[in-house]
Every structure is written in structure tokens, then in C-alpha cells.
Write a protein that binds this ligand. Sequence first.
Ligand code: GDP
Length: 300
Amino acid sequence: FNRLKESLTKTRQGFVEKIDNLVHRHKAINEDLFEELEELLIQADVGVNTALELVERVRRAARERRLEDAGQLKQVLKEQVSDMLEKGGSAINYRADPPTVIVVVGVNGVGKTTTIGKLAYWCKSEGKKVILGAADTFRAAAIDQLEVWGNRVGVELIRHQEGADPAAVAFDSLQAARARRADVLIIDTAGRLHTKSNLMEELKKINRVLDREIPGTPDEVLLVLDATTGQNAVNQAKQFSEAVGITGIALTKLDGSAKGGVVIAVNQALNIPVKLIGIGEGIEDLRPFNAEEFVEALFS
Ligand code: GDP
């Protein structure tokens, strides 16, 4: 918990400390205060609609409880954030008859490879047998980088040549996962932005091939988003979720971001749960997202 709290320092400074400052200045609860709160939430990247809704919820709760002292608002805000996040934040779905297949998508640079490495490490430390599939065949460097992580964690990587068909890598990875009786198969995919439509077709094809082999797979399509990019991350989430069904989000670099409010934004805007959060570059710096714990770390 302390590690999580520490990683949210920047967000806390950019958000909760400003709220403290706001309630100290206003002392009494009034419309000016609500307006400033709205402004502050928008700046913290929770998104305009979410900011409006949050303020409305806080306003209503303050009225119902007949609160007058601005100092009491922080607690109300905390409750409402928690409430909004509660419906999200679920764990990875593991299938009863392995392998569980996790496809990881996201644009280059968001921390996709690192997240796959950390996730593999985490699954392995839970006693699961993991196999990685290098289906980002667009860049040789991506395959090599994933191999470095595979070696570090001590899990096997299925790879083809650069330029090979990503769906063929997915197919071979699945065969290997079955043959080796792996519990979890994690498949990396390309993240080039410029040829977006081709990329989306490529991802759909990977999913089709997997589903044909084991109906219902992939069990998870995790979208990796970089928390430091704020509203950009929300836009990426929209694009990916329109093209391929996203089951959950892995939000990276929360430690380097003052825009932790984006957790609330992606949750609200798309109704996709944040399942994992990245709070550092180290192998252990991936956490299952827990709304209650997150809000506690943010506000305490
Ligand atoms: P990819 O292009 O999406 O595969 O991105 P990489 O996995 O190569 O990561 C890009 C950079 O982000 C690397 O320097 C990672 O160490 C860094 N990174 C990834 N996740 C996190 C995180 O949670 N926190 C921090 N501080 N850095 C991260």
C-alpha cells in the first residue's frame, strides 16, 4: 500500500492538495466552491463529463446531509470517486480449462512490453506456467525486447521472423501453450499508429484465429494506456474499443503522472474496467487495480 501511495505522489500533489487548498480558502460550501472544484477536476484529467457528474454528486450529497463546512467536502468527494470506480476494477479472468489467453494491445511507447513482462512475472509467482507470443512482428526490436523480458522472468517465448503474419504467431503460440500445458498465454501485438486501419484488421484476425482454435478466447484483451498522456489515453481507448472488444485496461506510469484522474475518466467514458496499474519500471511494479485501495492512497 505504501508503494502505491508513494507512486501516486504526483497525482496527489496535483489534485488532492489543490482540493485541500480550495476548501481551506472557501471555508463555507457555496456555488463558487463547486465551480472551482469542477475546474480542478477537469485539470486533473478526469474528463469534462465525469467532472460535471462528480460535482453534481458531491453537491447533492452535501445538500442531503446539510453540510455547511467546506472541510467536510473532501470526505464526500472521496466517497463519490470510490462509488464511481466501484463498478470497475475487476481481476483478470482465468478460464477453468487452461490456457487462459491474454492479448495485449496498445500504441507503441505506452509500456506494453514492460507490462507483459511484469504480468508474466506476476502469473509465474502465483505458480502459473506462462508462455509469451511475440505477435508484434512489425518491428524486430519489439520481438527482441520481449525476449529479454522472457529470459528475465524465465518463461518461453514463441517467435517468428520480423514481418511474419501476426495471426500465425498467435496460432503457433496457442499450439505451444496447449502442448506444454501452460496456464497462461500472453500475446504481444503491434502498436504502430500511422497505419491504424491495418493494425485494427491485424488485431481482429489474431482474435479470430484464437477463437477458432479455442472458442471464447482470447479471454482478455488488455489495452495498455499511458497515464501521463491524460485525455489522449481516453481517445486511444475509444479507438481500440470500437475496433476490437477490450475487456480491461492496464494503466501504466501512474508513478510518473500527475494525471491519475485518468483512471476515473477511462472507467466512466467507456465503461471498461481498469484491471492493472503500472507504478514503476521494475518487474514487481504491476498491481491489480483495487478501487478502494486506489482512492485511499490518493486521498490519504
Ligand atoms: P512499448 O513500446 O509500449 O512496448 O513500451 P515499453 O514497454 O518499451 O516501455 C516504454 C518505457 O516506459 C520504458 O522505458 C519503460 O521502462 C517505461 N514504463 C513502462 N511501464 C512503466 C510504469 O508503470 N512506470 C514507469 N515509470 N515507467 C514505465
